[in-house]
Design a protein around this ligand. Structure first.
Ligand code: SF4
Ligand code: SF4
Length: 335
């Protein structure tokens, strides 16, 4: 939620944005207009990467302001597209066989599409997924916050029906909906959401004796949602420490991380090839053997360019499974 009382109109959020080129004087004019609820070109140029929420020195959540106004001015996708997408994911049927357990994994709509990742002992806990457990997080990128407002309560209620005290979020978007969106909308979450990285750290600590250090140098692709919970970066680092993986220093990581550019593609804001290339080349030139991802959209968006540069893409969960000897370190490129 945007906090206007904290905003000092410094303009940093727009000046430091990697997706627009704006001088501070102009940025302040744009920010003033938006705080007043008016349109500004920033709404059209923003690709919804959430980075400004992390960069704002006052923690005023400027992206949340953009999101509200992007819906007001329909800056991102058309109303017809929003409605069609909402209808596509809206589940009206009866949910059968809801498991009851103290701890459950939520796999969102990725249960089927990422079935090859959800393998092995690491995922040996009861799971819910599919359309009834879709987190709606994607609609932040569509400039359609009202869709999230309509469905977040149902998402929380359905997870609560499992009786779980803890919900492990396989999809980082689910965590963001439970950790940020729901509280923003005054929706009570009656269980503890667990970020996937937190789960991996806990699992590694429990199975410490089985770890065989991988001795790999990798680059990390931060997902946009990590900007909303930057404290989880320490856990990402701990996963790499525990598995014997070195996260290379590079321009497009940490605060400087570059969005995979998939929203730019969705908004028809031009060719994304150069954006993808500079990210992948930065990873490769930093001495990384592979690019580790947490978000499947990042992987889908960057895979072709990574493939061209012979840079394997590896899921963070698979790094854990490799270190525990569940799967081999791949020799081939993961497309
Ligand atoms: S939202 Fe934050 S970064 Fe942006 S103008 Fe306000 S205080 Fe500055
Ligand atoms: S969300 Fe990303 S693209 Fe949009 S203004 Fe903030 S930093 Fe720029």
């Amino acid at each position: 939620m945007f906090k206007p009382d904290l905003c000092t109109l410094c303009g940093n959020c727009l000046v430091k944005c990697q997706w627009m080129n704006v001088e501070r004087k102009q940025a302040i004019v744009w920010q003033k207009a938006m705080v007043a609820g008016e349109h500004s070109p920033a709404l059209d140029q923003c690709i919804t990467c959430y980075a400004c929420n992390e960069r704002c020195p006052k923690k005023a959540n400027p992206f949340d302001l953009h999101a509200e106004l992007q819906e007001k001015f329909r800056s991102k996708v058309s109303e017809d597209t929003v409605n069609a997408t909402e209808a596509k994911y809206y589940f009206t049927g009866e949910i059968k066989n809801i498991p009851h357990t103290k701890r459950i994994m939520a796999a969102c709509i990725y249960e089927k599409t990422e079935a090859n990742l959800l393998q092995g002992e690491l995922y040996n806990l009861l799971r819910v997924g599919g359309k009834p457990f879709f987190c709606w997080d994607f609609f932040w990128h569509m400039g359609a916050v009202s869709v999230l407002k309509r469905h977040t309560q149902t998402f929380v209620d359905r997870l609560a029906q499992t009786g779980a005290e803890e919900v492990v979020c396989f999809h980082v978007g689910c965590y963001m909906t439970l950790f940020k969106t729901a509280p923003d909308f005054n929706i009570k979450v009656p269980f503890r959401p667990i970020h996937f990285a937190e789960y991996l750290v806990e699992y590694l600590r429990t199975h410490r004796k089985k770890i065989k250090p991988l001795n790999l140098k990798i680059a990390y692709q931060r997902p946009c949602s990590s900007r909303l919970a930057p404290d989880k970066e320490e856990m990402i680092d701990e996963i790499f420490d525990l598995t014997g993986v070195k996260r290379v220093e590079r321009k497009y990581d940490r605060e400087g991380a570059l969005c995979c550019s998939s929203p730019k593609l969705m908004y028809n804001m031009g060719d994304t090839k150069k954006d993808r290339e500079k990210n992948i080349l930065d990873a490769k030139d930093s001495g990384a053997w592979a690019l580790v991802y947490l978000c499947y959209v990042c992987r889908n968006m960057l895979a072709e360019t990574a493939n061209e540069q012979s840079l394997p893409m590896i899921f963070l969960g698979d790094i854990v499974r490799m270190a525990l000897g569940e799967i081999d370190v791949p020799l081939k490129i993961d497309k």
